[in-house]
Design a protein around this ligand. Structure first.
Ligand code: FAD
Length: 438
């Protein structure tokens, strides 16, 4: 009999909550990863950086496990069907995994748990990808927080209030128990080509670590897209190739501001868990679903292509299209421009980022978009509208970032602005007012 540990958003062997509990069970543990056909089938581009990233993480874990005379079971298919196969192939006593808060994942896990239960196989799940989850941080009234600052305060009180110092950021020492891995010969693995994707061997991903010296300057530099001031760890946090506990410990030592960004990440995950309608295409505040969007397709295309004539917006979109990454300040500016200046439904922008971002994460992306639209939690009042020109002056004062992405900036073929910001601002205010008063 064996226990299976199912990796999803936790593609690492070190400091992994569910894996740790599996290794301490009475059964030898076989780790598993499923390439989920349901998700892969929705990707139009068969050269997808995220799929490449996942494959590299799978290969790395498999190699490490094989050094321990174990292996990684890698499957491709619809998870429920895959599980039916697995229980036919192995004598499975228990299944372990970590929580996943997305609506699709909740449904998937529900179905798998139900199937396993019928076979008398317990399905154990643990908190791993955040420091605090679900209903762990609540207001005095026992309700979830919907505003960041008090949430963050409460989050920090809980973190520092534990009896055992740093209890909530204590790593799980999985390595100590590797002897409990299931001994097996190397297991076969499908190639990406066999799953309909292409390898991207030249693609470089940011390193898995951030240096202390970088975090020391985080506060000062993080808002300037031309300065390499942020950690670039988002893809690793998304797929769990690094541990949030280890990173939070480093943040606690080096930078309060950086820690605060990690708290934002927990914040949006708990929003998605407690208000799942935001993950199903609805505004957090329903009155914002009354806004009459213009939804001009030509303008949307110009925004996507980085051809709006507003250099800071275009530079951000071009960075996204070329690299799969966009600096946070630019995510805020481009999102605000689409929603407020062009009056295009934030869901269009959300979907475009979903397609392009290598660190795409439903909770953070949706949170960011609803923040920009003013329809979400902790939203700035809707009449506060970013001015793309002053934003550029403030955050790219020497035009360094802009020039890097728009080499033709001073030439004739760079377009004129597609809207006049002042007029667009008035138009937006009216549309919002009509929706909110009506
Ligand atoms: P750092 O500044 O080094 O931050 C460290 C980590 O903190 C990030 O890796 C991320 O995990 C977390 N973090 C930082 N800011 C936020 C935030 N506002 N909300 C939640 N987590 C945060 N982040 C994603 O990970 N995936 C997304 O799909 C995503 N979409 C966004 C869409 C919009 C419209 C906006 C405004 C923001 C979005 N963000 C998203 C948040 C943020 O822009 C990125 O996390 C950040 O730019 C990633 O770069 P970094 O790792 O260098 O960040």
């Amino acid at each position: 009999k064996i226990a299976v540990f199912w990796h999803r958003r936790d593609m690492r062997l070190n400091d992994n909550a569910g894996l740790y509990h599996a290794l301490k069970s009475d059964f030898p543990v076989l780790p598993l990863f499923i390439f989920d056909k349901t998700i892969l089938d929705e990707l139009d581009d068969k050269r997808d950086r995220r799929v490449e990233f996942i494959m590299r993480a799978v290969e790395e874990m498999k190699e490490k496990l094989e050094k321990e005379d174990s292996s990684l079971l890698v499957k491709y298919g619809v998870p429920l069907k895959v599980w039916k196969e697995i229980v036919g192939e192995y004598d499975v006593a228990e299944v372990y995994t970590n929580h996943d808060y997305e609506p699709y994942a909740k449904k998937r896990d529900g179905k798998v748990a139900e199937f396993l239960e019928k076979k008398d196989i317990p399905f154990h799940t643990y908190k791993d990808q955040v420091i605090f989850e679900k209903e762990e941080i609540l207001t005095n009234k026992g309700t979830p927080y919907t505003v960041f600052s008090p949430y963050s305060k409460s989050w920090q009180e809980k973190l520092h209030g534990s009896k055992e110092k740093n209890f909530y950021v204590k790593p799980y020492p999985t390595e100590k128990y590797f002897k409990n891995l299931f001994k097996t010969k190397k297991l076969p693995i499908l190639t990406l080509e066999e799953m309909g994707f292409e390898r991207m061997p030249d693609e470089e991903f940011p390193p898995k670590k951030v240096r202390d010296e970088k975090l020391e300057k985080y506060d000062e530099l993080r808002d300037y897209p031309a300065a390499p001031g942020t950690s670039r760890l988002s893809i690793h946090l998304r797929f769990g190739t690094i541990s949030i506990r280890e990173l939070a410990q480093q943040a606690m030592k080096e930078s309060k501001t950086f820690l605060s960004e990690l708290i934002w990440r927990d914040f949006y995950q708990q929003i998605l868990w407690n208000f799942p309608h935001v993950g199903e295409g609805k505004a957090f505040r329903s009155e914002y679903d009354r806004i009459k969007w213009r939804n001009n397709e030509e303008e949307f295309k110009k925004w996507c292509d980085g051809m709006t004539g507003y250099p800071i917006v275009d530079a951000g979109m071009r960075q996204l299209n070329a690299t799969g990454y966009m600096h946070n300040r630019l995510r805020m500016i481009t999102a605000s421009f689409l929603v407020k200046d062009l009056l295009i439904d934030w869901r269009w922008g959300e979907a475009y980022f979903d397609k392009k971002l290598q660190d795409y994460d439903l909770a953070a992306n949706n949170g960011g978009w609803q923040w920009a639209a003013g329809s979400g939690t902790d939203a700035a009042p809707y009449f506060r509208i970013f001015n793309p020109t002053t934003q550029a002056k403030k955050f790219d004062p020497q035009n360094k970032f802009i020039k890097e992405w728009i080499p033709e900036i001073n030439e004739l073929d760079y377009p004129d602005p597609i809207v006049d910001h002042k007029e667009a601002r008035e138009r937006c205010l009216k549309a919002y007012k009509d929706a909110l008063n009506g």
